[in-house]
Design a protein around this ligand. Sequence first.
Ligand code: LRH
Length: 469
Amino acid sequence: MSAGAVAAIDLGATSGRVIVGRVGPDTLAAEQVARFPNTPVQVGSGLHWDILSLYGAATAGLREAFRTQPAIASIGVDSWAVDYALLRDGRLLGDPFHYRDERTARGVARVHERMPHAELFARNGLQFLPFNTLYQYAAEPADLLAFADTSLLVPDLIGFWLTGRARAEATNASTTGLLRGGDWDDELVAALGIPRGILPELIHPGEQLGELTAGVADLLGASRVPVIAVGSHDTASAVVAVPMHPESAAYVSCGTWGLVGVEVEHPVLTPDALAANFTNEGGVDGRTRLLRNVMGLWILSETVRWWERDGTRIDLPALLDAAEDVTGDVVVFDVNDPRFLPPGDMPARIAAWCDEHGMPAPRTRAEFARSIVESLAQAFADAAATAGHLGGVDVRSIHIVGGGSLNELLCQRTADRSGLPVLAGPVEATALGNILVQGRTEGLVSGSLEALRDLVARTHRPRLHRPRT
Ligand code: LRH
């Protein structure tokens, strides 16, 4: 077995990227060949994906990837969960909505009239999040859903445009809320009035979706290489690349969100899991990601964006240095409060939260930043402990992967607040997970998730943060 190359498309919260991965028994590396903005667009109907621009930029990136590395063996696509496009006869019926669009509230009310959350949880195992796909479907005009013949989650849509094959990748499909025991829950689908025919056949990570169509291959300057289903839910891919031993570790996949949890063999559908608002999402190789969505770096980036709206530029590393230098106590607020979900004036919302809870609001920018970091660290520590308790995992360390792993203060304060060692990195976990699953299908690496994680640990040594007493 020798190393080879694959290409990953990763559409993230602020940018999309095309990455060339090199993978082999002792090799794992990700090199970015294209990066392009992924900025949602607000129009009269709401907040939407700019999906055609993204597809254009992703294919331009792939073309560049094949130019520099003609031996690319396959392509895999991942992005965030829950968002979908509706199609009829292969034609897009509008730009997909972004999950932060406020229409989802309407959908929640409609679904819960028919089935309360506890009943839904018993079937789909999902945490209540107002944007889960089933609530989004309930916010669609019924005649539009009836007119559509297919609904594709965003990575599946890109895969469809690349190969002409419409499938629903299982890890991402688990975030729709419409799977039960690994298959579409026909009874629930019917109860919610969703036309069953729009839900495509499932495909699992590692399976081949199809080959590039002749037209796309031509556009990319490539041969008809296969597109491989990966953990197309970005968090599923990230968890593949956490260099952990799942029987003794929790993870935080930390970017816009902090997805905090453990990996288990079977969904945990207990009353405790329901009460803790934990989720059971589908993982690669049939594992379950028992986790909680914690608000994540979104609160910090939205705060900075708010301060920058008058044109001033904020130097994030300098802000975090100043935050580290703050002495004295800062408020630890509840980052999971739903008021922090939509875009907007985060500093005012934090101040309002403090006011309502009789606590002094941060005054300076450094204090705000420190308060956000402390609050995130506390939420990560709490959720990691709860995940261990719910999943029967004796959590002895916490791995932080993704962009947040570069935030030294956050990693250290998570270690301090949990009393556990924090292992930081890899920052590129999502791309590496995507690359690893493709590499295994292409025969460049072999073995279970444990073997893949061992390769990550050997090639991307995590940084240790010991808890300070
Ligand atoms: C992280 C993520 C998360 C979902 C959210 C919509 O990018 O995929 O797992 O809950 O976005």
